[in-house]
Every structure is written in structure tokens, then in C-alpha cells.
Design a protein around this ligand. Structure first.
Ligand code: AMP
Length: 136
């Protein structure tokens, strides 16, 4: 069964489309966190970041920048967040790769910020060693 976003790509269900090219599509989020909340997807149905070949990651990133620039000019927010959720634990609900662009205005409550933690030098060293071992 095609994802809800594949059904938007095919035109089976409607969306408020903003921009489209061969590889990517941008449209308004149906339940926006703020005015101008946009989703940028890759047209190919791939679940999450680690499933994309590098050229598709780049294509989506370029569309994100292009659309963010247009949102900035059109709506003149004070800032914007670019967010991308991977896995249910991270809040992903549609398993078809997408990036959120969320315009922000001073004092809005659009997103809950994370609580800043602390890390010791030994924990840093352990994490660097663990991840670097996988980077090759
Ligand atoms: P995520 O939690 O990162 O998977 O985000 C999925 C997003 O898709 C949510 O912000 C939804 O509001 C949005 N969404 C789901 N269905 C549609 C739809 N048919 N058109 C536009 N946005 C949608």
C-alpha cells in the first residue's frame, strides 16, 4: 500500500503543493505547527534518512533551502526550524522521508525545546570512540 505521501505524488489525494521537480515535492503540512509549515519529500517512497542514496539526500536538502528562502521572503518570520524525524521513537508518523520547515516568530510556542543535559569528558571520549569506529 502506497504511503499517504506517495498518493500525493501520484495525484490520488490533494495537497497544497508549492514546488516540484523530478525528485522532490514541497507542500503545506495539513496540521501545521505554525503558519507556513511545509513538508519537503523525496518522490520515491523511502522510509527515512538512512534509506536514501546520497544524491536524494542532496536533492531534498536543495529543495529545503529553496523553499525556506521563499518562505522567508514571503512570510518574513523571525526564524525557522528544519526538522526531520526518523523512527516512531523520534516522532515519525509518516514513513516516507520528509523534512519539516517550520517558520517561527518571537515568543511563539510552536515547538517544545529539548532540556539541555550535561556530559563528562569521559562520556564524550566514550561516545567519540563508539561512533568513530563506525565511520571508518
Ligand atoms: P512526522 O511526524 O515527521 O512523520 O510528520 C508527518 C507530518 O505529515 C505531520 O506533520 C502531518 O501533519 C503531516 N501530514 C500527514 N498527512 C498529510 C497530508 N495528507 N497532507 C499534508 N500533510 C500531512
Amino acid at each position: 500500500m502506497a504511503s499517504i505521501f506517495s498518493r500525493i505524488v501520484s495525484g490520488e489525494i490533494p495537497a497544497a503543493k508549492l514546488y516540484e521537480d523530478d525528485l522532490t515535492l514541497a507542500f503545506l503540512d495539513i496540521n501545521p505547527a505554525s503558519r507556513g509549515h511545509v513538508l519537503v519529500i523525496c518522490k520515491e517512497e523511502l522510509p527515512a534518512l538512512l534509506d536514501l542514496p546520497p544524491e536524494l539526500v542532496a536533492a531534498v536538502a536543495q529543495t529545503v533551502q529553496r523553499v525556506a528562502r521563499a518562505i522567508n521572503a514571503a512570510l518574513q518570520p523571525d526564524g525557522f526550524n528544519v526538522i526531520q524525524n526518523n523512527g516512531a521513537a523520534a516522532g515519525q508518523t509518516v514513513f516516507h522521508y520528509h523534512v519539516h520547515i517550520i517558520p517561527r516568530w518571537n515568543g511563539d510556542q510552536a515547538l517544545i525545546p529539548w532540556k539541555a543535559g550535561q556530559i563528562s569528558a569521559s562520556e564524550q571520549a566514550e561516545l567519540v570512540a563508539l561512533v568513530q569506529a563506525q565511520l571508518g
